[in-house]
Design a binder for this molecule. Structure first.
Ligand code: NDP
Length: 234
């Protein structure tokens, strides 16, 4: 059955791969893009997840064009790395505002229509770093760990209404985000990953699409690692 899917930050990287996976299986897919143009062949809406009015307007546009959002993939995220002693409060709260509060804003906006439909899927893109920790990423790790609490609390609030909320925790995926790391850091990470390599965005997308399927309807509050064994299932 075709669903209406909204992927935040779906104009590139992991979000784009997720949007393409849903589109390929025949779903009605919208992606949010903060900058630039929508990717070719996908319905795009401008949205900055740090602004509730922008999130609200994006959902309203998607509802008018494609129908109520049945599957939300909260994927938009940023890093702003530095060591704890050097991290400013703005660097901490800025990353939290996009990665954690941004996901909350989208989940809140999606929930009313999902409740009315008595069906919904929320998938939060976290990171191996949320549970594993990472030097230089106190802000990012806190934001990604926070998504676990969000998903589990939503599961408890809305679980009886056929709404699931799960977390996907990717390891190192070949995107602009990891391309920004220095090569020696990337080589160190590759050594630590049992699979011995970074993954392609498609390898995350397949898991997200499956979590939204009827086959995964009894999975909620889970953290699904897609990390080549780095977190050992956490
Ligand atoms: P990219 O940096 O390639 O893309 C990030 C996306 O998020 C872009 O579409 C960007 O939009 C969007 N975005 C950032 N800030 C905002 C905002 N305020 N409002 C709306 N959209 C925003 O990242 P990845 O594809 O690598 O990562 C996607 C998700 O996966 C992130 O949450 C990331 O933390 C997570 N992740 C990534 C891993 C990796 O190894 N790559 C590993 C684990 C988790 P724009 O193009 O306009 O900047």
């Amino acid at each position: 059955m075709a669903r209406t899917v909204l992927v935040t930050g779906g104009n590139r990287g992991i979000g784009l791969a997720i949007a393409q996976a849903f589109a390929k299986q025949g779903d009605r897919v919208a992606v949010t893009h903060r900058s630039g143009e929508a990717p070719a062949g996908l319905f795009g809406v401008k949205c900055d997840v740090t602004d509730y009015a922008s999130v609200d307007a994006a959902f309203s546009t998607v509802e008018a064009e494609l129908g109520p959002v049945e599957v939300l993939v909260a994927n938009a995220g940023i890093t702003d790395d530095t060591l704890l002693m050097r991290m400013s409060e703005e660097q901490f709260t800025g990353v939290l505002d996009t990665n954690l509060t941004g996901a909350f804003r989208c989940a809140k906006r999606a929930s009313a229509k999902m409740l009315r439909a008595k069906w919904g899927r929320m998938i939060f893109i976290s990171s191996v770093v949320g549970l594993y920790g990472s030097a230089g990423q106190v802000n990012y790790a806190a934001s990604k760990a926070g998504l676990v609490g969000v998903a589990r609390s939503i599961t408890r609030e809305l679980g009886s209404r056929n709404i699931t909320a799960n977390v996907v925790a990717p390891g190192f995926i070949a995107t602009d985000m990891t391309a920004a790391l220095p090569e020696e850091r990337r080589a160190e990470y590759r050594k630590a990953i049992p699979a011995g390599r970074f993954a392609e965005p498609d390898e995350v997308a397949g898991v997200v699409a499956w979590l939204a399927s009827d086959a995964a309807g009894y999975i909620s509050g889970a953290v699904i690692p897609v990390d080549g064994g780095l977190g050992m299932g956490h």
